[in-house]
Design a protein around this ligand. Structure first.
Ligand code: BGC
Ligand code: BGC
Length: 620
């Protein structure tokens, strides 16, 4: 056994605790039932593969974003195996359920008319519900789900998400994100369930089960994708994207995770061990690096650890244009990533050039045919497992599912997630629950804004303030429904307060790259709002709508109660339920809450100071 291999096992051992005691038992750990293993489709794959030409194989490995498709016929001409809609890649005819369904059907029909008739896998970032589609049920972002600690609820939420995805015909979700963020200044911290690998491995596996269902071929299942493999949440501050170049300055995103084997495996891999065991069919390698090596160029990570040691039988889909960040010219970049183990490439734009170069690489022997065959075998396994190759299968969208899209029943599940995700940080003199029948004045920029409470990856790539979607309730609307219109007044700036005040403040939407921050300070506008209330001399409840802990040391002295609501999604009713005691608060911090005076916000650093510990959360 090589040193790295032994170290890997030791690292995994401590992470998966009693599950494993030796290398031998690693292969004996709970796995996908034999009959449902992806490799059980190898007999079918072995029949099909030799009949495919090199061009057809490479087409299977190519994933353009639909918005860069030069012509519909390119699906057949280039034998494309997959398409995606990245952030902001919406149907031209508008963002609504029908347009999305038509978009999917148009592409899939074209693939079905091709000589080969190998259906497309169509991928989308459904990371908190089918969040690119107006009218979908938007669940709390993972940071909120982490606070519920409920695998049962997370699985239910993912099941509803799968059903809403299927309503548009789409068959592949780029989730769940099983990142383990160690520094909440990272703009993707909210995409993670927790800073703790224990929570991530539990909830990650639950989400995979919900998305993929009991069987991948179930018409209500979608292919899941755990991401970003691996260590995306462990990057060192200052190593991020475009650091020092131009005006773009993202200190953490896509940076370098500098950790020895054992720590890397203990913190960042357990979410993959459990999701692979739960049968996840695809995994997305990260933009980030591990000890200076880009994950998408790492043979150690993609081939040795994931495929050989963990026994992952599905396929790897690259992150959006990740190959372009590797050293060398475009051809060398493709050579590096494919030889390291990448199976399908999210190109996403210049796919004709990509196909030409990969074909050349294969002809020149720089990418061995065995590697191409392995990649295509993995992709086809998933297509067989998902039922796409079944000639009797209805592959266009099942529009009868439109009836339950964004339905009250689905929203009830999201509302329950919201209720259980709220963490009460402080509650002096029993201000909470709020008494109905008493005047309540609601203030703050996040009180009546559904876009703000949904955060990034909602309709828009980076999210957006305002009425970005239809259905659901803002927090203010939820409170009015619960307490009665006349009891609840509102002013954004805090003026006119009487009775008791509820200030809903925090962050505005952001996503990858742009969400990175230097510090966690509250915006001056939010501080001013709370100061205004304080001067009015009435009880003040603060609701934080944010993707991460913020610097609230000063605020704690001014507010009687403080509740972290994270990014709850469309069901503001769930926040009102807890505020009025309709539901008891049960959420527990899945991230440590740092003090503003910390000189480092990276967990475990000497300069990190704790305000509220991991697991904190008051009841009534
Ligand atoms: C993100 C991924 C996402 C992909 C497709 C990338 O920029 O890092 O999380 O799945 O885009 O939209
Ligand atoms: C895509 C993201 C990508 C970003 C930056 C967006 O349109 O959806 O996935 O990372 O562009 O290039």
């Amino acid at each position: 056994m090589s040193t790295t291999r032994r170290q890997f096992l030791e690292g995994s051992l401590s992470a998966v605790g009693s599950l494993l005691a030796s290398r031998e038992r690693f292969s004996a750990m709970p796995r996908v039932p034999e009959a449902q293993r992806l490799s059980s489709f190898d007999p079918q794959v072995r029949k099909l593969l030799p009949t495919l030409s090199l061009e057809e194989k490479i087409g299977q490995m190519t994933q353009p974003d639909q918005m860069f498709l030069k012509s519909l016929d390119d699906i057949e001409t280039y034998h494309l195996g997959s398409l995606l809609s990245g952030g902001d890649s919406d149907p031209k005819s508008g963002n609504d359920l029908k347009s999305w369904t038509d978009l999917y059907d148009r592409y899939q029909s074209r693939a079905l008319q091709a000589r080969r008739r190998i259906p497309l896998l169509y991928g989308i970032d459904a990371v908190h519900g089918h969040n690119n589609v107006v009218g979908a049920t938007m669940f709390p972002q993972n940071v909120g789900l982490g606070a519920t600690r409920s695998a049962e609820l997370v699985e239910k939420a993912a099941r509803v998400t799968a059903e809403e995805i299927r309503a548009t015909g789409i068959n592949w979700a780029f989730g769940p994100c099983v990142t383990v963020p160690q520094d909440v200044r990272w703009g993707r911290a909210y995409e993670g369930f927790s800073e703790s690998p224990e929570v991530v491995r539990l909830l990650g596996a639950a989400a995979v089960k919900g998305l993929q269902g009991a069987r991948l071929s179930d018409p209500l299942s979608v292919v899941a994708c755990t991401k970003h493999f691996a260590g995306d949440g462990g990057t060192v501050f200052g190593t991020g994207l475009a650091q020092g170049r131009g005006s773009a300055h993202f200190p953490l995103d896509q940076g370098d995770t500098r950790l020895g084997d054992a720590d890397f495996r203990r913190i960042h891999l357990p979410g993959y061990v459990t999701t692979v065991a739960a049968g996840v069919a695809t995994i997305m390698p990260s933009y980030s690096s591990w000890n200076g090596v880009k994950c998408s160029a790492s043979r150690v990570l993609m081939t040795e650890i994931l495929k050989e040691e963990m026994g992952f039988q599905g396929f790897l889909i690259s992150d959006y244009a990740a190959q372009k960040a590797l050293p060398g010219n475009y051809k060398q970049q493709i050579e590096t990533t494919i030889n390291a183990g990448m199976d399908m490439v999210m190109v996403p734009d210049n796919y004709r050039e990509f196909i030409q170069l990969l074909t050349e690489l294969a002809r020149e022997g720089r990418v061995p045919m065995s590697r191409i065959d392995d990649a295509v075998t993995r992709i086809l396994r998933v297509k067989f497992a998902a039922g796409l190759m079944d000639p009797n299968r209805q592959l266009l969208a099942d529009r009868s599912l439109h009836q339950t899209f964004g339905s009250p029943k689905h929203r009830a599940v999201a509302r329950e997630c919201v209720r259980q995700s709220l963490v009460v940080l402080k509650n002096d003199r029993g201000v909470l629950p709020l008494a109905k029948g008493r005047r309540i004045h609601v203030v703050g920029k996040n009180a009546d804004d559904i876009g703000n409470q949904c955060g990034g990856w909602t309709i828009y790539w980076q999210g957006k303030s305002g009425e970005v979607t239809s259905g659901g309730t803002t927090i203010l609307q939820g409170m009015r429904k619960a307490a009665g219109e006349s009891q609840v007044s509102y002013s954004r700036d805090g003026s006119g307060a009487e009775g008791a005040a509820v200030a809903v403040i925090g962050e505005l939407p952001y996503a990858e790259m742009r969400g990175d921050r230097e510090n966690l300070n509250l915006p001056p506008e939010d501080v001013a709002v709370v100061d205004t209330l304080k001067r009015a001399g009435i009880p003040v409840v603060v609701i934080l709508v944010s993707g991460r802990p913020l610097a609230i040391d000063d605020l704690l002295d001014k507010a009687d109660a403080v509740v972290a609501a994270w990014l709850p999604g469309t069901e503001g009713d769930g926040v009102a339920d807890v505020l009025f005691g309709q539901a008891k608060p049960v959420g527990k911090l899945s991230f440590t809450w740092p003090r503003a005076s910390s000189t480092s916000f990276h967990l475990g650093d000497p300069g990190y100071e704790t305000l509220f510990p991991f697991g904190h959360g008051l009841g009534y």
